[in-house]
Structure formats: structure tokens, C-alpha cells
Design a protein around this ligand. Sequence first.
Ligand code: SF4
Ligand code: F3S
Ligand code: FES
Length: 245
Amino acid sequence: MSNESNPAGRTLTLRVLRHNPQDPDSEPRWAQYELEEYEGMTLFIALSEIRDRFEPSLQFDFVCRAGICGSCGMVVNGRPGLACRTLTSTLPAEITLAPLPVFKLIGDLSVDTGAWMRGMSERLETWIHATEPTDLHNLEERMEPELAEQVYELDRCIECGCCVTACGTARMREDFVGAVGLNKIARFRLDPRDHRSDHDLYQLIGDDNGVFGCMSLLGCHDVCPKELSLQTQIAFLRRKMVRVS
Ligand code: SF4
Ligand code: F3S
Ligand code: FES
């Protein structure tokens, strides 16, 4: 028997927004599929079952199935999230799935977050700007474990794009770097191997496509599947920037 606390045995209705932008005859449409739920079912499993049993052309992205690669972001009942980490038991029996907006649609639930992330990364130069190249004779500067832990914490971002989708500014401003970009600046600011000064880094986000475009909507913070402290990082950067400007 199905009930609220033990939903195994429910029949799920999945409504999936389908569209193939490569096909000039394709119109966005909702397709509906019914599945028997079982314990431990994730949206990844449900979508794989739909593709295997009913709809081989259904497009969606998965690589790691473990919340690590960031490729399976989609809008689940109106909220961005990772499909591989979403148990169907946490959702009502009627589930709507749509691709992440903001990013270029490849087809159905598959979007190109990579091009967006690459553009943002190039604008913010999200790589270590070392003073000298490191090799066997010139080793990396040592870092205190506590500091390494702080850098690692911000490095947990998997570039899934959920924060970008949940952000009103990102929808209005094509070049807004989003919480993902602001988090990266906070991360490089901490890294002693990067010779860029705070001033250099703040220059990269000192306009409406950076920290001043953020309207503190905090959708990013609410949906981040890695539960990064985005609210704290953004507030910190804003305070610092106000002092610098
Ligand atoms: Fe995803 Fe969070 Fe990184 Fe945004 S900050 S891309 S929501 S992991
Ligand atoms: Fe967007 Fe997050 Fe700022 S949702 S407006 S980046 S607080
Ligand atoms: Fe890698 Fe979901 S498949 S995060």
C-alpha cells in the first residue's frame, strides 16, 4: 500500500518538457509517462527507465550519478536540482521535469552548461595565477591545513548551474557571473598560491555583471545542492567591495 511515509508502490506520473531545437519542426511540448515507483528510485533511474521502455530519443545528461560531475541539473517541480541525487520518494506522485533555463538547450532535459561556465571562467580567470611556475625544484608554497580546508570547502562547487537558474539577475543579464562566479573569486582570494591582490580580484567583479548586479535574491543559496555558503560569500565580497570603491 502506498502512503506518505512509504511511497514505494505509488504510480508516478512524470511530465517532461520535450523539445529538439535542432529540428525546425519541433515545438516544445509536455510528454507524460507513468512508472511504478520502487524504494530507492532516483530521478536518474526513473528517466533511464522511461528511455529504456518508452522513449529512446529522450535526452538528458548524467555522468557520475553521485552528485559530483554536475551534469544532471534540471528543474524538478519548479526547483533546480540534481536528478541523480533526488529520490522520487521526496516528491509528490506527479513530477514535472524541465531543462535548466539560462543555458543553451541541447534537447529535452539536456543543456550546455559548459559553454556558460567556460565564458564565466574566462572572464574571471578562474585559474591560479602563480608568481613562478612550480616544478620539482620550485615547489608550491605550503598552506596551513585550516586554510587548505577553507579553500577546499569553496572548491566543492560542481558547476551544476542550479544557482544560475535560480537567480533573477542571471536571467536578465547574459554576462552576470552568478553565485558560482562570485564563489570562485572568494575561493581564489583565499589561495596563497595566487599572486593576484584582493584589488585585482575585486576588479573582475566590480560591476553590474559581478557583485553589484546581485540583488541578494538568495535563490542561489537555497538551491545549491552542495550547500555552499553562497549567502555568506556574496555578503563578504559586497562588504569588501564597498570599502574598496
Ligand atoms: Fe552548483 Fe552550488 Fe556550484 Fe552553483 S555554487 S554551480 S549551485 S554547486
Ligand atoms: Fe542571484 Fe544569488 Fe545574488 S540568486 S541575485 S546571485 S544572492
Ligand atoms: Fe553527476 Fe548527477 S550525474 S551530478
